[in-house]
Write a protein that binds this ligand. Structure first.
Ligand code: BGC
Length: 462
C-alpha cells in the first residue's frame, strides 16, 4: 500500500506531536489511567476487521433455506460472512426494534462490534446516513419521511443527526472505527438534476446543503468517526461537463463546514449502482472503431469514464486540483457490479461497427447505462476489503458492500407503506425493460434478485 500521509486533525495532531516530543525527551506520554485517546488514522479500513451485520445474515439465510440447488445454497451461505453497511434510513432506524421492523439499532450494532473485536486488532463498522429532507428528489423509489421544509430540516438535525451523534460519541465506542457514508444521491442530484422541480427546490432552498453540512459537523466532531460523502458513479458524474462542476459544489459545501475540508475523510462512488469496477476490453475511450471513438457509442454517450477504477482516479485528481488533501480516500461500492454469468464477454468484439463492438465487449450488460433499479443480469462484485491492490492512482481506501445485495432498489407498483416510498417507473419492467419483475419496496428483501446476484457473482462467491 502506498503511504498517503496522515490527515491532520486539531486535537489528535497536537496529541501526536506531544507524544513524539515526550518520547524524544525520554518521558512517558501523559495518559490518564484507563483512557486511551482515539487516533484518527488515514484509512480506517486498513488493518481492521469488518463488522458483519447479523440482521443481513438472517435475510440471506432465509433465501438459502428456500433454495433447492445445493451448490447455489452453499454459495448463498458463504455471502453471510461478508460485511455490509447498515442503513440508517429513517429516524426509527437509529433506535431500531419494533418501530423499525425488528432490526437492530445503532447502539446494538456497536455493542456487537465491540463484543466481537479481537484484542489488538481494530474493528470498523459502516453506517449509511440516509434521511435527507426531500430525499431522492429525482426519483420516487426511495423518497423518505422528511419533507423539504425548514421543519423537515429541523427534525433532520435534532431527531436524526443529533440522535446518531449522541450514540457515536459514547466513550465505550471509542475503540471502534465508525465509517459513515453520507446521503447517497443527495449532492449529485444538485449537480445534474436541477431540471426536476423537486431537485430545483432542494437546491434553491439551501435545505439539503444545510443538512449535509450539519451531518458533517456533528460526525466529524467524534474523533473515531470517518466521513465519506456519496459521489454518485461514473455513469452519472463521469462526463467532463459534470465532473469538475460536481467537485466544485462539493468543495463549496465542505468548505462551509466548521472544520472545512478536514471534515471529510473521503468520497464513495457507485452506492447502490451497478457500474463495473473495470471494463477489461474497453480501456481506451478515444480509440476509434467504425463510426467514431468508443466514448461516442450509444451506450457511453461521450462519457469518457467507463468504470469506477477510471472514475475514482479522475475524481481524486480533480479533488487535489481544487485544493483537497492528497490523503482524501476513495471507496467503491462493489456489492452488485460483478457482471459474471453466461452473458459476460470472454473476449473483445471483432465487430467493425461501433455500437455492436461496444455491446459485445462491455462487461456491463445493461441495455442502457441509466438503469439503476433491480437491474436484470447483475452479479455480486469484489468482496469488501481494505486498500485493494492494483488501482494505485485511484487512492482506494476500500471496496465495500454499501448496498446490501438482495435488498430491493424500489417497486414499480404502488405498495402502501409508511416509509414515504412511491412506485417508480424505473422499477417497472413494462415501462423500463431491464428491471426485474415483482420487486418489493426499496430496502425490502428480494429473494429472486439475491438468487440472481449470487449466481452471477464475479468473482464467484467462495
Ligand atoms: C432504501 C432504504 C434501504 C437501502 C438499503 C434504499 O434504496 O430506500 O430504505 O435501507 O436502500 O437497502
Amino acid at each position: 500500500m502506498t503511504y498517503r500521509g496522515k490527515r491532520r486533525r486539531g486535537p489528535a495532531a497536537l496529541l501526536a506531536v506531544a507524544t513524539v516530543a515526550a518520547t524524544l525527551l525520554g518521558a512517558a506520554a501523559p495518559r490518564p489511567a484507563g483512557h486511551r485517546p482515539p487516533v484518527h488514522v488515514d484509512n480506517p479500513f486498513a488493518g481492521a476487521s469488518f463488522y458483519v451485520n447479523p440482521d443481513y445474515a438472517r435475510l440471506v439465510e432465509g433465501s438459502a433455506a428456500r433454495t433447492a440447488d445445493p451448490a447455489l445454497r452453499a454459495r448463498m451461505r458463504a455471502v453471510k460472512r461478508h460485511p455490509t453497511a447498515v442503513w440508517l434510513d429513517r429516524i426509527a432506524a437509529v433506535r431500531g426494534g419494533s418501530a423499525n421492523g425488528g432490526r437492530k439499532g445503532l447502539a446494538h450494532h456497536l455493542d456487537l462490534a465491540l463484543a466481537r473485536k479481537k484484542p489488538g486488532r481494530p474493528v470498523v463498522a459502516t453506517f449509511v446516513v440516509y434521511d435527507l429532507p426531500g430525499r431522492d428528489c429525482a426519483a420516487q423509489a426511495s423518497s423518505g419521511e422528511l419533507p423539504l421544509t425548514e421543519e423537515g430540516l429541523e427534525r433532520y438535525r435534532t431527531e436524526y443527526i443529533d440522535a446518531i451523534a449522541e450514540v457515536l460519541a459514547r466513550p465505550k465506542y471509542r475503540e471502534i472505527r465508525i465509517a459513515t457514508v453520507i446521503e447517497p444521491d443527495g449532492l449529485p442530484n444538485l449537480v445534474t438534476n436541477l431540471n426536476d422541480p423537486e431537485c430545483a427546490a432542494a437546491e434553491s432552498s439551501g435545505i439539503q446543503v444545510a443538512a449535509v453540512r450539519y451531518a458533517l459537523d456533528r460526525l466529524h466532531a467524534v474523533p473515531n468517526v470517518y466521513t465519506y460523502l456519496d459521489f454518485a458513479h461514473s455513469g452519472w458524474l463521469g462526463w467532463d461537463s459534470n465532473l469538475a462542476p460536481a467537485v466544485r459544489l462539493y468543495t463549496d459545501v465542505v468548505r462551509g463546514t466548521a472544520a472545512g475540508l478536514a471534515s471529510v475523510d473521503g468520497l464513495v462512488t457507485n452506492v447502490s449502482n451497478y457500474t463495473p469496477l473495470a471494463e477489461p476490453f474497453l480501456t481506451d475511450p478515444d480509440r476509434v472503431v467504425g463510426e467514431g471513438p468508443v466514448r461516442s457509442s450509444a451506450f457511453y454517450g461521450w462519457n469518457p469514464h467507463f468504470d469506477e477504477a477510471d472514475f475514482t482516479r479522475s475524481v481524486h485528481r480533480e479533488l487535489v486540483a481544487q485544493g483537497w488533501p492528497a490523503s482524501t480516500g476513495m471507496v467503491v461500492d462493489t456489492s452488485r457490479n460483478g457482471w459474471g454469468g453466461p452473458a459476460r464477454p470472454a473476449a473483445e468484439s471483432t465487430s467493425a461497427s461501433l455500437d455492436t463492438y461496444v455491446n459485445e465487449s462491455k462487461a456491463d450488460r445493461r441495455v442502457r447505462r441509466a438503469l439503476w433499479c433491480n437491474v436484470a443480469g447483475a452479479g455480486l462484485g469484489e468482496p469488501p476489503r481494505a486498500a485493494p491492490d492494483g488501482y494505485p492512482d485511484s487512492h482506494l481506501d476500500a471496496f465495500l458492500w454499501v448496498k446490501p445485495p438482495g435488498e430491493s432498489d424500489g417497486a414499480g407498483e404502488d405498495i402502501p407503506n409508511g416509509e414515504g416510498k412511491r412506485p417508480d417507473p424505473m422499477c417497472d419492467p413494462v415501462a423500463t425493460p431491464g428491471a426485474l419483475p415483482g420487486a418489493p419496496l426499496a430496502g425490502h428483501w428480494f429473494h429472486e434478485q439475491f438468487r440472481m446476484l449470487v449466481a452471477h457473482a464475479h468473482p464467484p462467491v467462495s
